[in-house]
Design a protein around this ligand. Structure first.
Ligand code: UD1
Length: 380
């Protein structure tokens, strides 16, 4: 303990989904009382709509440092973060570093801390797509293996960690993203005006997001736009908040997106919750959105061949289609017929698999007692 009574804990975040995960965790750290929690922003995401808006809306602690790393190739981006984070941790060594999810910011922070013997803990540990061509899969596996404490959102994640002999460091926490959805959905219903702004009616549209490298090559994007235009014309208009990666590729290739797919700017968090809940169907390659859709009782079509959130597929609320035309057609048709927004049985199973919305509280309590037992200077 840094001053004998307070634990100095640093969270490192950098990309949009990590700002969301930070929200319940920083609140839970505050409740514990003996934690002095600070935040470092790597700067991986830097546009206001990808970053600042989340800090404002979710009332996140202002970052103590913003490393301003920005966009670059994987090696250059991760390397720049590594050097700058090491510098921060050496200047003022924390009792623990907390990393979230599977981005380059996650791996850089875990590596920087563990190399100088600062304990590192991983929130959202144990997820696997078993597809090593995804940068996120490399980040997840490497991060789990160098972290000292692992918090897994699901029993499947725990099993994956056991298969890699990491279970002695792991605890089943539940999904912190479930905490955030449960905490903010009422607020979203009250405050968000996005449905009026976009002039869309409940269940009258689908929500589309695409940002994975595998779906954002010019050829893949073209293929998807043709398939999804067809679906939108047959079924419902698709709202498409465009990730900067995807927008850059569309602009570079002077790509014309069909008018049945309505391009909009990236959405702030409360607007996103409102739109996910009101959508007839979500079509995505995002990890987080697959669960947000499930928690808000909206069917999801995942345009990937595999998912880390296999439970959602097993529960029948998410369909993996890849970019296969027949699969996409079948999944859309099923989603249009299905007007039942999930049975109580499914919602109960969701609780079993992803927790009850108190994952962050559990993590804060466990981390405090774990650090007290494992710290070099245990409390008397
Ligand atoms: C990253 C994560 C991914 C996560 C996603 C959430 C990695 C390897 N990937 O992907 O796991 O699901 O964040 O969004 O860490 N850009 C901007 N402004 C920004 C941010 C990005 O214009 O604020 C553009 C740049 O052209 C950049 C590209 O988007 O090169 C990709 O950004 P990057 O952070 O490298 O990866 P993401 O695709 O966002």
């Amino acid at each position: 303990m840094s001053n004998g009574s307070t634990l100095e804990i640093v969270s490192v975040v950098g990309a949009r989904p990590q700002f969301v995960k930070l929200a319940p965790v920083s609140r839970a750290f505050e409740h514990v009382g003996c934690i002095n929690h600070s935040v470092i922003h790597t700067g991986q995401h830097y546009d206001d709509r990808m970053s600042a808006v989340f800090f404002d809306e979710l009332d996140l602690p202002r970052p103590q440092f913003d490393l301003g790393v920005g966009s670059a190739s994987h090696g250059a981006q991760t390397g720049a973060m590594l050097a700058k984070l090491e510098d921060c941790f050496l200047k003022r060594p924390p009792d623990a570093v907390v990393v979230y999810g599977d981005t380059n910011s996650t791996l850089a922070a875990a590596l920087a801390a563990t190399k100088i013997h600062v304990p590192v803990v991983h929130i959202e540990a144990g997820l696997r797509s078993f597809n090593r061509s995804m940068p996120e899969e490399i980040n997840r596996v490497a991060t789990d293996h160098i972290c000292d404490r692992l918090y897994s959102p699901t029993p499947t994640g725990m099993q994956n960690l056991a298969n890699e002999n990491l279970d002695s460091r792991a605890l089943l926490s539940g999904d912190v993203m479930r905490d955030v959805v449960m905490h903010n959905i009422e607020l979203a219903r009250e405050r968000s005006r996005i449905m009026q702004t976009l002039d869309v009616g409940k269940h009258q549209f689908g929500l589309l997001t695409l940002h994975r490298p595998i779906n954002t090559t010019p050829d893949a994007l073209q293929e998807l736009m043709i398939l999804l235009d067809d679906m939108a014309r047959q079924h419902v208009e698709l709202l498409f908040p465009v990730h900067p990666r995807t927008r850059a590729i569309l602009n570079e290739k002077h790509f014309i997106v069909p008018s049945s797919i309505r391009m909009i700017e990236p959405l702030a968090y409360l607007d996103m919750l409102q739109v996910v809940e009101a959508a007839r169907v979500v079509v995505t390659d995002s990890g987080g959105l697959q669960k947000e859709a499930a928690y808000l009782r909206t069917l999801c079509i995942t345009v990937r061949d595999e998912t880390e959130w296999t439970e959602t597929v097993e529960m029948g609320v998410n369909t993996l289609t890849g970019r296969d035309a027949d699969n996409i057609q079948a999944a859309f048709s099923a989603a249009m017929i299905n007007t039942d927004r999930f049975s109580d049985l499914v919602m109960n199973e969701m609780k079993v698999q992803f927790g009850n919305g108190d994952a962050a509280e559990l993590i804060a309590r466990d981390l405090t007692s774990w650090l007290m037992t494992h710290s070099a200077f245990p409390v008397e």
